[in-house]
Every structure is written in structure tokens, then in C-alpha cells.
Design a protein around this ligand. Structure first.
Ligand SMILES: Cc1ncc(COP(=O)(O)O)c(C=O)c1O
Length: 483
């Protein structure tokens, strides 16, 4: 086996830099999701498992070629699906260096630089998000893992308050933990609960209002019903569909008499804290016990990057009770990143956060967040003027829900899917569907640092064109079909 020499590696990295730059330059013109079928893609990428290795430059050249038509332009300013950010320039470059440096951010000794970046970024984030100064921070892969980490700590804490030592006695036979959350809460909170041993019977789904927020009278009733039990409240700062915020301060008041743990799932909504005009939605956020958010959404760093923040560092530290025999001692001035997350060996994600926060500064993050919200309003204003369109949510953040309906249609859900399909197929923009209060609707999420008014105009154009096309091409969706 011949590994590339250092000069060959340098040349290869330059070639990759050129290829990556070409990809970035193509984002404004390339098809938003590609048109390759799963079988074509599989055929393009499949090879017999090689008995012998190949030169790195050949492997990389072929990789670039083979995957080309299966790449999604999710970093493009015209990708409005899921809740996806792009990657700012400094964050991308720092991400490359993170790979080249190949640091293990497990403990201080395995990378003093990564550990120190974590300390500094933790402080910056707490300051930027306006959270209690003494809080502890863990760097994970995404908000699913941030929710999982926070809810595991929450479970331990509320059981401890009930006199149950989970570390010693385990979960079997423990007093049941009750979790109160909106019926519209994010699926990852439910998965996190399941993974922490909290079953669906212990989750009290609180009836939600039209924006997906818990209805306070319904919540109050459930709090009374669960009083005295170990209790966790999981609140949404930014519903994944509507962008709505739970009334955090009112909920904090409601539950004050209980010794409950309040967790905030703020995958993107927590970033509203950076804006004086948006932070009104987060009143009371500081009173929570834990917060989960993503950096790969609104902070626009490359995948993957999630953040968990816990008010009580001592409780956070007890997430793990065992220490690897070879890890050495942790001390006040030597942070061990793996103490604060489920992982042991791990990527040094804090370099990227360090870079993006320096690149943008407080004003830059604020500008990105506020611009996205302004563009969401522009989109909502424009789309409401299209025939048969109705904007279904209060556009308080960066999320817009739209449904096209007409008495002429016999299957409105299929109509939305067809429209999204046409927008995707046409390829200038990417827009998806979601389910909202039992109906299929179109959802636009504006999260990318580089999206402009022109991109929104293009989305409106693509949408209008798709509606016309579906109306013309899909007579089966009409009430009079077959008559
Ligand atoms: C509110 C909310 N919570 C949690 C998640 C899960 O985040 P991730 O996919 O980064 O794990 C998302 C993702 O969109 C979200 O919007």
C-alpha cells in the first residue's frame, strides 16, 4: 500500500479546494436537489469491495464524480426545506482545519487547543444567548443529542429530588417521571425521552393552540394532576413548523410551586435572543434549567453542530460517573469536553464555532437572524397574494406555512405534495411539505446567511408556476374528475 507523499497530499488538498470552490460557485445555479433516481445513483456509486487500495487522488476524483448528481444544494440561499442553514466562509474553513488537525476533543490532554476553544465558545454563547452566566455547555452533533443530554440530566435531577439515586439504584423501580410538552413538540424530544427511559405513557401531551403552543389552561390542569411527582416540562422556543414560542414566562409562573425541571428545545428559536426586536418571544427563558440548540441551523456552520446548556453545572457534570482509566485527571483549568456530553472520543467542533462567532460577531449573528425573519415576512406577504393560497401561521420568526385550497379540488393534501414536487423538480428552489394540524401544508424555512430578497422573489415565482402547472396537469385532483 502506497500512501500519498506529503507533496502529493498538498497537491491533492489544493485540487480538493478547487473542486469545493467550484461546488460553492455552482450553488446559485445548480439544481436544488438533483434529478437522479435512487437506482442510477446507486449504480454510479456502487463498486465491488476492493481487495487492494487505490491512490488517494484517484479515489477522491472518482468520489467527486460519482456523488455529483446525488448532492443536494442545501447550503444554497434558495434551499427552504427542513430547517437548514448554510456554512459561512470562516466556519467552512475552520471545519476543514478541524479535519486536518484531527484532534480528539475527549479530554484536555488529547487537545489543549480544542478544550480551550470549548471554554471560550461556551462563555461567548451564554453571553450571546442571554443565559445564566454560571451555566455549563456541551458540544454535541445536533439538537437531538442536545435534547437527549439535557433530558437525561433532567431525569436524574428530578429523581434525585424525589429521593431516588439513579446512579446507584438505576431506573427500574424508580418513581415514574412525568413529562409535560406540547402535542406539537418536536419528535426528537420524544425520542430523547424514550432513550432516557421515559415512555410515552409518562408523556402528557398538552393540547396546543393554532400556532402549536401549549394551551395554558390545559397545561395547568395537567400540572395539578401530576403535582408531587418528579416532573419535567419541555417547552418549545420556535416550533419546527410555525416558529411559535411557548409563553415561557407564564409557564414558569404556573409551575413555580412544583419542583419541576424546565427544558427548552430551541433548535433555532433560541437565536431570537440576539435580536432586540425578537427577544420578546423569549421572556422567562433564563428561568429554565436546560436549553438545547443547533449551530448548523441559524448559526450557519457545516454539519454537524449542536449545543446543550445546563444551568446547574454540578448536575450536568453528574451526567457521567465513570472515567476512562487512561484519561488522567480533570482540573479547574483543564476542561474535558467529554464530561459534558454522551460521547467519549469526539470531533473538535468548537474550532468552527470559535471561527463563526469571530467572523460574525454579535452584530453579524443578529443581522443574519433578523434578515431571515424579514425575508420570511416578505415571502408570507407575497405568497398570500397567489390564488388559493392561505398563510396558516403567525409569521413571528423564519417559518412560513402555506396551504393552497380551492373548492374545485378533491384532494388538497395531494395538491400540496404535487406543488412541492414541481418546485423541487424545477430545481431553482427547494420547498417541502409538513403536516400541520392534520393537514399537509407547504413549509418555507429561511435560515441561510446568504438568502436575499431576490431569492424569495424566485421562490414566489417558482411556486406560482408550480401551482399553475399542477392545476393544469393534474385534473384527477379536481372535484369534477371523472365526471
Ligand atoms: C425545534 C427542533 N428541535 C429539534 C430538532 C432536531 O435537530 P437536529 O436535527 O439538529 O438533531 C429540530 C430540527 O429541525 C427542531 O427544529
Amino acid at each position: 500500500m502506497n500512501f500519498a507523499s506529503l507533496p502529493e497530499t498538498r497537491a491533492g488538498l489544493h485540487t480538493v479546494a478547487d473542486q469545493a470552490s467550484e461546488f460553492l460557485e455552482s450553488l446559485s445555479t445548480r439544481h436544488a436537489c438533483g434529478t437522479i433516481t435512487p437506482m442510477e445513483l446507486f449504480r454510479a456509486m456502487d463498486r465491488p469491495f476492493p481487495e487492494d487500495g487505490s491512490p488517494a487522488d484517484l479515489v477522491i476524483r472518482e468520489l467527486i464524480n460519482d456523488v455529483e448528481r446525488g448532492l443536494v444544494a442545501s447550503a444554497s440561499p434558495r434551499y427552504f426545506g427542513f430547517v437548514v442553514g448554510g456554512a459561512t466562509r470562516a466556519s467552512l474553513m475552520a471545519d476543514w482545519l478541524t479535519s486536518a488537525w484531527d484532534q480528539n476533543a475527549q479530554v484536555y490532554t488529547t487537545s489543549p487547543a480544542a478544550a480551550t476553544a470549548e471554554v471560550i465558545v461556551a462563555r461567548w454563547l451564554i453571553e450571546l444567548l442571554g443565559l445564566p452566566a454560571q451555566s455549563s455547555v456541551g458540544f454535541v452533533t445536533g439538537c437531538q443529542m442536545a435534547n437527549f443530554t439535557a433530558l437525561a440530566i433532567a431525569r436524574n435531577a428530578v429523581l434525585e429530588r424525589a429521593g431516588w439515586d439513579l446512579g446507584k439504584q438505576g431506573l427500574f423501580g424508580a418513581p415514574p417521571v412525568v413529562v409535560l410538552m406540547s402535542e406539537c413538540g418536536h419528535a426528537t424530544v420524544r425520542s430523547a425521552l424514550l432513550m432516557t427511559g421515559v415512555g410515552s405513557a409518562q408523556i402528557r401531551d398538552i393540547q396546543a393552540d393554532s400556532e402549536g403552543r401549549m394551551r395554558l389552561p390545559a397545561l395547568e390542569k395537567e400540572i395539578r394532576r401530576a403535582t408531587g411527582q418528579p416532573m419535567i416540562l419541555s417547552l418549545q422556543a420556535g416550533n419546527v413548523n410555525s416558529g411559535a414560542f411557548e409563553p415561557i414566562d407564564a409557564i414558569v409562573e404556573l409551575v413555580r410551586a412544583e419542583n419541576a425541571w424546565i427544558h427548552i428545545d430551541g433548535a433555532f428559536g433560541l437565536w431570537a435572543a440576539v435580536s432586540p426586536e425578537l427577544r420578546i418571544h423569549l421572556q422567562g427563558v433564563k428561568c429554565a434549567d436546560s436549553w438545547a440548540t443547533d449551530a448548523h441551523k441559524w448559526l450557519n456552520v457545516p454539519y454537524d453542530s449542536g449545543i446543550v446548556i445546563v444551568r446547574n453545572a454540578a448536575q450536568h457534570r453528574r451526567l457521567k460517573t465513570s472515567r476512562c482509566s487512561y484519561a488522567g485527571e480533570e482540573s479547574e483549568d483543564r476542561r474535558d469536553g467529554s464530561t459534558w456530553v454522551p460521547d467519549n472520543s469526539r470531533r473538535a467542533r468548537a474550532f468552527v464555532l470559535y471561527a463563526v462567532l469571530r467572523e460574525l460577531g454579535r452584530s453579524g449573528v443578529r443581522e443574519v437572524v433578523e434578515r431571515c425573519c424579514r425575508l420570511a415576512r416578505q415571502f408570507a406577504f407575497g405568497v398570500a397574494r397567489l390564488p388559493c393560497a392561505q398563510v396558516l401561521n403567525d409569521v413571528v420568526l423564519n417559518q412560513v406555512l402555506v396551504r393552497f385550497s380551492s373548492p374545485e379540488l378533491n384532494d388538497c393534501d395531494a395538491f400540496q405534495r404535487e406543488i412541492a414536487g414541481h418546485v423541487q423538480e424545477e430545481g431553482r428552489c427547494w420547498l417541502g411539505t409538513t403536516t400541520w394540524h392534520g393537514q399537509v401544508v407547504l413549509r418555507a424555512s429561511i435560515c441561510n446567511w446568504s438568502t436575499t430578497e431576490d431569492d424569495i422573489s424566485m421562490l414566489l415565482e417558482a411556486l406560482a408556476q408550480a401551482v399553475r402547472k399542477v392545476m393544469a396537469d393534474a385534473p384527477s385532483l379536481r372535484v369534477d374528475a371523472g365526471s
